[in-house]
Design a protein around this ligand. Structure first.
Ligand code: NDP
Length: 328
């Protein structure tokens, strides 16, 4: 048997964790013939629940699951990690200000970044799911000076998939025939789902986007506020779709994106499209050979520019806030 891939998952006993671990163990993330060893990180109060999940993982008798270990210490949890899924985060409590939230998460993602720096495998790929995901990725990366910043990514794949599904429903086009969609900016309500470079069946996305009333009144807000709509309908936040997006992000990063298409991911900016260097912002990306590449050269019209700039300004203000708190 080939050496198993070590996959560390934080917040493993949470609801996204519960929707995620079984699919990873079944080989859906890295390939049906790739053995994985799961390393679950939880806070001490949730370790028992993680043990319950591990018992269920055992009971699935997955051929691709080489073992499950549970930790409450990030230093141990990230030892040898090839893939790190940072799902656990401090949720915003009642009356909590943004600075409090950023500070609480700095206390989680700073030490985790350091643990990744010191102990993870040299090929580690990090995906941050826990919110505020882009800025949490920035904090973790800042504490991992020996790991290239390109290895720290934030998840906007769920937003991307939500946009695909909205366009499919609007036009009656199967999702498989829609390409070239992009989520720009922050994984927050300011994100900008961009249809202008898409191809929808045989129709240019710009034609679908020509109905500005639908674009600005329905499409953009529906994608941005879908999480809240799911909480309203389900009484709990989205979990299976978030887990699915995390799996697709890592699968595409590892195995490559579909020929002739791109996806969206929060990756470190080198100044592309005017996004300040160092911000973890969502871009159109392809992957080959285990590295993301930002798709360059897309023409950005004033309608898109304004929205990209607004979301990037929010990212810059989050960066400034964590900087003034001494978290980066
Ligand atoms: P979930 O598993 O539902 O969510 C985990 C994180 O993912 C939250 O920050 C959530 O942000 C975020 N998220 C990102 N995108 C989405 C999306 N589209 N839909 C829903 N969530 C999204 O949270 P639980 O409370 O069920 O579980 C969290 C677990 O993390 C707990 O078991 C807790 O013990 C653990 N934890 C672990 C830590 C650690 O390992 N050091 C630190 C803190 C917590 P949002 O809330 O904004 O939706």
């Amino acid at each position: 048997m080939t050496e198993p891939v070590n996959v560390t998952v934080t917040g493993a006993a949470g609801q996204i964790g519960y929707a995620l671990l079984f699919r990873i163990a079944a080989g859906e993330m890295l390939g049906a013939d790739v053995p994985v060893r799961l390393r679950l990180l939880e806070i001490p109060a949730a370790v028992k629940a993680a043990e319950g999940t591990a018992m269920e993982l055992d009971d699935c008798a997955f051929g691709t699951l080489a073992g499950v270990d549970i930790f409450d210490d990030p230093v141990k949890a990230f030892e040898g990690a090839n893939v790190a899924l940072l799902v656990g985060a401090r949720p915003r409590g009642a009356g909590m200000e943004r600075a409090d939230l950023l500070e609480a998460n700095g206390g989680i993602f700073g030490p985790q970044g350091r643990a990744i720096n010191d102990g993870a495998a040299s090929d580690v790929k990090v995906l941050v799911v826990g919110n505020p995901a882009n800025t949490n990725a920035l904090i973790a990366s800042a504490h991992a000076p020996d790991v290239p910043a390109e290895r720290f990514t934030a998840m906007t794949r769920l937003d991307h998939n939500r946009a695909l599904s909205q366009v499919a429903a609007r036009t009656g086009t199967p999702v498989s025939r829609i390409s070239g969609l992009t989520i720009w900016g922050n994984h927050s309500a300011t994100q900008y789902p961009d249809l202008f470079h898409a191809t929808v069946g045989d129709t240019p996305g710009s034609e679908v986007a020509a109905d500005r009333e639908w674009l600005t009144g329905t499409f953009i807000p529906t994608v941005a506020k879908r999480g809240a709509a799911i909480i309203e309908a389900r009484g709990a936040s989205s979990a299976a779709s978030a887990a699915n997006a995390a799996i697709e992000h890592v699968r595409d990063w590892t195995l490559g994106t579909r020929e002739g298409d791109w996806t969206s991911a929060g990756v470190c900016s080198h100044g592309e499209y005017g996004v300040p260097e160092g911000l973890v912002s969502s871009f159109p990306v392809t992957s080959a050979g285990g590295d993301w590449q930002i798709v360059e050269g897309l023409e950005i019209d004033p309608f898109s520019r304004e929205r990209i700039d607004a979301s990037v300004a929010e990212l810059a203000s989050e960066r400034d806030a964590v900087r003034s708190l001494g978290l980066i």
